[in-house]
Design a binder for this molecule. Structure first.
Ligand code: M6R
Length: 611
């Protein structure tokens, strides 16, 4: 969480930083601020979204060629002007932005208080900044050295970026655990949490690694480790276009991303799936096939929507690969002393590749000897780099805080991985294998069909927008889809929603059912169809309002449900890639109808980089 941007070079820094902050707002939007260095060091900050900061700065002298900016997701201290970044040091000589958490900040703060320091904010960031300044004073050293010494004492995760009034030609940054990208221009440097703020200025980027320090001048980039040894920056070509970060005529990024799914799933399959020849080409899987096919157990580790993708994959892997699968919340896995054996394979699933809970869980499993396969969307992200092998989902930049296109791309990749392993293991017969390959190949076209029904779903949203609660039910492959539908509704519309296996409903949640409760059934034609028909009857008998996502040609549920959303038929293993789409649309349209900020729901951030 939190987005950071910095610039040093011949251009005006403020407009670049402001635009960059708007692009990074998905990472947090409790408050924002900038520090501009131009003979004097000016710090401006404001509670609320970046637009509020912008408005408050109209008419101010913002001229500077070096600056830093921050958009915050609050951890220490409530969202307020005072707790917003950048923070200034006690002397006013330094300004700093921070993404992450300094875990031992209380101890550092106590030491500083004993020395007479006082604090203007409740943040861990201000503590670290004054700790750095104190080291500078005591050791009579430059900022770079002080940062290096300070970071040896720091426990936690951070990207920090500093400006020093006495060094107007320099920006200093360091990273451990949170993302940091440097853009290399001609006589200028950019720095940000992801590459989106620099995309129109340069295609040359360096991803900074943990425990590295970057010293940036307009025409020079020096990279060092904390032992003060110089490192050679690994310059990569940026594979991102402006269209990826624009709304492209849609009202919201979320809607754009929902509608991009035929292309994103296609991109994910492209070059990998040859349905006619019956071949799946995935180097990361092929090169490690022995590990994978001989796995004694697969553990899926993820959070949120990615965790739901892991649950769908559990059904798929167990069905066709005959390998036992467990699906773990990363945050729980890490702290409960898990039992890991050498033959275990961890599949870590993450859109951002920066989710702190998932990262620490991977590190734990790695220490214990597991093989880590990353299924990640953001190229070059932390999880992609710490995994032994992996497969990118290629869903493109996902900006809407609610994950949509990343989920269907995760399902596509996980299905291909399962099919490849099953084929190598011989646990799937040729006919089923070819049938599933063909089915997967046809998914993008079927998603287009589902999207054609968006108008009807918008109408449905108007009918149900005032519900206080909602229940989402599904069985088998569609059970995780029900969970995902409920999560989307909660996030976007703030309506309380629960997802359940449809059969589990009678063990408790059925007590909630009355004539006011909308119950969304994900009830496509599959092995569980007859059973779910009975579950629908049980809800109808108690006067619940049934909204059902059903397969084309269904003439049973269509007569029972209050409202139906019809989607094309698909093999049950592939159906979640279709059945989730109406639920994404329903949540979106309800959120919009209720006047919610669907791209930036309250209290959330896109990438959760704190544990
Ligand atoms: O980037 P990741 O996939 O690791 O993120 C995991 C969750 O934080 C994420 O899926 C979150 O639940 C979304 N807001 C869901 O829409």
């Amino acid at each position: 969480m939190c987005g950071i941007v910095a610039y040093i070079g011949p251009r005006e820094a403020y407009p670049i930083i402001l635009k960059g902050l708007k692009r990074l707002e998905y990472r947090g939007y409790d408050s924002s601020g900038v520090a501009l260095l131009n003979n004097k060091l000016q710090v401006y900050k404001k509670k609320g979204k970046v637009a509020e900061l912008e408005e408050s700065l109209v008419g101010k002298d913002l001229h500077a060629h070096a600056g830093i900016g921050h958009t915050r997701w609050a951890t220490h201290g409530e969202p307020s002007d005072r707790n917003a970044h950048p923070h200034s040091s006690a002397s006013g000589k330094l300004a700093m932005i921070h993404n992450g958490i300094i875990e031992n900040y209380t101890q550092l703060k106590t030491e500083l208080i004993k020395k007479g320091y006082t604090f203007k904010s409740d943040t861990d960031t201000e503590v670290l900044l004054n700790f750095i300044e104190d080291i500078q004073k005591n050791n009579n050293c430059g900022l770079e050295e002080a940062v290096r010494i300070a970071l040896k004492r720091v426990v936690g995760a951070y990207v920090i970026v500093l400006l020093d009034k006495d060094q107007p030609d320099t920006i200093i940054a360091a990273r451990k655990g949170s993302p940091l990208v440097i853009g290399i221009g001609k006589g200028e440097h950019f720095l940000a949490s992801d590459a989106s703020p620099m995309i129109e200025y340069t295609k040359e980027v360096v991803y900074v690694n943990d425990y590295e320090l970057a010293i940036l001048k307009a025409d020079e980039l020096i990279l060092k480790n904390l032992g003060n040894e110089k490192l050679t920056p690994f310059v990569q070509k940026l594979d991102m276009e402006m269209t990826a970060i624009e709304k492209g005529g849609y009202d919201h990024f979320m809607l754009k991303e929902i509608f991009e799914q035929p292309e994103t799933i296609f991109d994910c399959l492209r070059g990998r799936l040859d349905a006619e020849k019956g071949v799946i080409t995935m180097a990361g899987i092929q090169n490690n096939i022995e590990h994978l096919k001989n796995a004694s157990r697969i553990i899926m580790i993820a959070c949120g929507t990615s965790w739901h993708a892991g649950l769908v994959a559990e059904y798929i892997f167990e069905e066709i690969c005959r390998i036992p699968v467990e699906v773990e919340y990363a945050s729980e896995f890490r702290y409960r002393n898990p039992v890991i054996h050498k033959g275990d394979v961890i599949i870590a699933i993450s859109q951002s590749g920066e989710t702190a809970d998932t990262i620490v869980a991977i590190e734990k499993a790695k220490e214990m000897g597991a093989f880590i396969l990353g299924v990640v969307n953001v190229v070059g992200s932390s999880i992609a780099r710490i995994s032994h092998a992996g497969a990118y989902t290629h869903a493109g930049h996902e900006i809407g805080v609610a994950s949509t296109k990343a989920f269907t791309a995760q399902l596509a990749v996980l299905t291909m991985i399962a099919l490849k392993i099953a084929r190598e293991k011989g646990t799937i017969d040729q006919t089923r294998y070819m049938h599933l390959l063909g089915g997967l190949h046809n998914i993008p076209e079927k998603v287009k069909e589902v999207l054609k029904g968006s108008g009807a779903i918008q109408q449905l949203a108007l009918k149900y927008k005032d519900a206080g609660d909602a229940l989402y039910l599904g069985r088998g492959y569609n059970f995780p889809v029900a969970l995902e539908g409920a999560l989307k509704l909660k996030e976007i519309s703030y309506i309380h929603a629960e997802g359940y296996p449809a059969a589990e409903m009678k063990h408790g949640p059925i007590a909630l059912v009355d004539e006011h409760l909308p119950v969304v059934f994900v009830a496509t034609k599959d092995t569980y169809y007859e059973k779910i028909v009975s579950n629908i009857q049980e809800i109808k008998a108690r006067k619940g309002k049934v909204i059902a996502v059903i397969s084309q040609g269904d003439d049973i549920i269509s007569k029972m449900a209050d409202d139906c959303i019809i989607i094309p038929e698909a093999d049950e293993l592939l159906a979640p890639m279709l059945s989730v789409i109406p639920l994404q649309l329903l949540a979106y349209y309800i959120g919009v109808a209720k006047g919610c900020d669907v791209d930036k729901p309250r209290n959330l951030a896109k990438s959760v980089t704190v544990e």
